[in-house]
Design a protein around this ligand. Structure first.
Ligand code: SF4
Ligand code: SF4
Length: 151
């Protein structure tokens, strides 16, 4: 099925990062897999103890792993354009509240100094937006669909 611009605007934040693949996204693949894994592991506390006693030392880390799994499973963000982003200092989120731009590359100020991104993310932000400008957001979405969000 062809990807629509409506879908792309839901899947990608105005900065170009994928909300759809973000660990915090409610309907995202990471949260869905975390919930499925939690369900499949069932009452694993008892088994983690047993396996540890049997000498499988990796299971000594079960409690920390379980806490992280719970956290990933609890993703409840509805996406950047819905105003529920988890990053309080993101300058793009703040900018979107007033400008309502589709993507940063369409803004006359791009690349601005308002993002508060660290150098790694800033470089990605510029590259993502330059590519979107070149081929358009829908083609960019399709081109990057199978790539990990965290690069
Ligand atoms: S809005 Fe922010 S926290 Fe929410 S899914 Fe998008 S990138 Fe993740
Ligand atoms: S001012 Fe910066 S953050 Fe805001 S839309 Fe333009 S490029 Fe994006």
């Amino acid at each position: 099925m062809a990807v629509t611009e409506e879908h792309v605007l839901k899947a990608l934040a105005p900065c170009g990062l994928s909300c759809e693949k973000c660990f915090a996204y409610n309907e995202g693949i990471i949260a869905k897999h975390a919930r499925a894994l939690r369900e499949r592991l069932g009452n694993f506390d008892v088994y983690a103890q047993r396996f540890t006693k049997l000498g499988l030392t990796q299971f000594e880390n079960w409690k920390a792993f379980k806490e992280l799994l719970e956290y990933l499973a609890s993703g409840d963000c509805l996406g950047c354009r819905q105003g529920t982003c988890k990053w309080p200092n993101c300058g793009v989120v703040e900018c979107y509240k007033t400008k309502k731009m589709r993507f940063c590359f369409e803004c006359p100020e791009f690349p601005c100094k308002k993002t508060n991104f660290d150098p790694h993310l800033e470089a990605r932000w510029i590259a993502m937006n330059e590519r979107m400008k070149e081929i358009g957001p829908v083609a960019y979405y399709e081109e990057t669909r199978d790539q990990p969000r965290y690069r």
